[in-house]
Design a protein around this ligand. Structure first.
Ligand code: NAD
Length: 256
C-alpha cells in the first residue's frame, strides 16, 4: 500500500526534537520529502540524518521562527528543494521565557517572560503560516497543521503566557481556515496533552510529574510517535474534509 504522503513534500518547524522529529520520521515512512527546520542547527541536521538513514529525502534548515526574513528564506528553500510544498507543520514552541522563575503566577510575570512565549508560539506560527499560504494558495492545494496544545483548550495555572499563546493559535487556525476554506488549502490545529519530550522532562520535579499524571486519565505521558500519527494523517489527503478544527492527542485529558 502506498504511504499516506507519497509524492508530497512537507516542512516541519521544531523538527530538531520531540514531536517535530517524530513527525519528520513518520512523514518519511509515509513517503514524504521533509524539510526539517529548527533554531537548533544540530538538532535539525540530526533529524535530517535519521531521515536519510531511513531512506528518505531531507533538507535541514536553521531558522528562528520569530524572524520574518529567516522564515521567508526557510519556505523559499524548502519550496526550491522539493519543487513546491504540499504540507507544513508549524510546531516550534517553547514553554517559558527568559526571566521566568518556577512558581511565578501571572501577577508576578516580567513582561519579557510573557513576550518570549508569545513571540515563538504565536508570532512564529503566524509568520510561517503567512509564508506557506503565499506559496500554497496559487497552487490551490496544501495542508497546514499548527501546534497548539491542550493548553489551547483549557487553562493551565502557572503557565498563562503558554495558555494564552496556544488559545491564540487555535483562534488563528480557525480564522485563517475560514478565509481559505474554498481554496484547496486546509488549516488545522493539533492539541497534544503531556508528551515525553525535552520540553516536559527538562526541569520538572516529581511533584510536577505527579500533577500532570493526575490530570491525565490514561495516567501516563504520551510519546512523540503517538502524536506524529495524527499529524501525518492531517497532512495527508485522508483528512480532506477537515479544516479549522482542533485535534487532541492527550490520553483523555480534555474529557474530564
Ligand atoms: P521540544 O522542546 O522537544 O521541541 C521544540 C523544538 O522547537 C526544539 O527543537 C526547539 O529548538 C525548537 N524551537 C524553539 N524555539 C524556536 C524558534 N524560535 N525557532 C525555531 N525553532 C524553535 O518540545 P516538544 O514537546 O516536541 O514541542 C513541540 C511543540 O508541541 C511545541 O509547540 C509545544 O508547545 C507543543 N506541545 C508540547 C507538549 C508536550 O507535552 N511535549 C504538549 C502540548 C503541546
Amino acid at each position: 500500500m502506498p504511504g499516506m504522503l507519497e509524492g508530497k513534500s512537507v516542512l516541519i518547524t521544531g523538527g530538531g526534537s520531540g514531536i517535530g522529529r517524530a513527525t519528520a520520521l513518520a512523514a518519511t515512512r509515509e513517503g514524504a520529502n521533509v524539510a526539517v527546520a529548527d533554531v537548533d542547527r544540530d538538532g535539525a541536521e540530526h533529524t535530517a540524518e535519521l531521515i536519510t538513514r531511513a531512506g528518505g529525502r531531507a533538507l535541514a534548515l536553521q531558522v528562528d521562527v520569530t524572524n520574518e526574513a529567516q522564515v521567508e528564506a526557510m519556505v523559499a528553500a524548502a519550496e526550491d528543494a522539493f519543487d513546491g510544498l504540499d504540507g507544513a507543520f508549524n510546531n516550534a514552541g517553547i514553554s517559558r521565557g527568559r526571566d521566568y522563575q518556577p512558581g511565578m503566577l501571572t501577577g508576578d510575570l516580567p513582561l519579557q517572560a510573557w513576550r518570549d512565549v508569545l513571540d515563538v508560539n504565536l508570532d512564529g506560527v503566524f509568520l510561517c503560516l503567512r509564508q506557506e499560504l503565499k506559496q500554497m494558495i496559487p497552487r490551490a492545494r496544501g495542508s497546514i497543521v499548527n501546534t497548539a496544545s491542550v493548553a489551547g483548550l483549557i487553562g493551565l495555572a502557572g503557565a498563562s503566557p503558554y495558555t494564552a499563546s496556544k488559545h491564540a493559535v487555535i483562534g488563528l487556525t480557525k480564522a485563517s481556515a475560514l478565509e481559505y476554506a474554498e481554496s484547496g488549502v486546509r488549516i488545522n490545529a493539533l492539541c497534544p496533552g503531556y508528551v515525553r519530550t525535552p520540553m516536559t522532562q527538562g526541569t520538572a520535579t516529581d511533584e510536577v510529574h505527579a500533577s500532570r499524571m493526575a490530570r491525565t486519565p490514561m495516567s501516563r505521558y504520551g510519546v512523540p510517535e503517538e502524536v506524529a500519527e495524527m499529524v501525518v494523517w492531517l497532512l495527508s489527503d485522508r483528512s480532506s474534509f477537515c479544516t479549522g478544527s482542533s485535534f487532541t492527542v492527550g490520553g483523555g485529558i480534555e474529557a474530564g
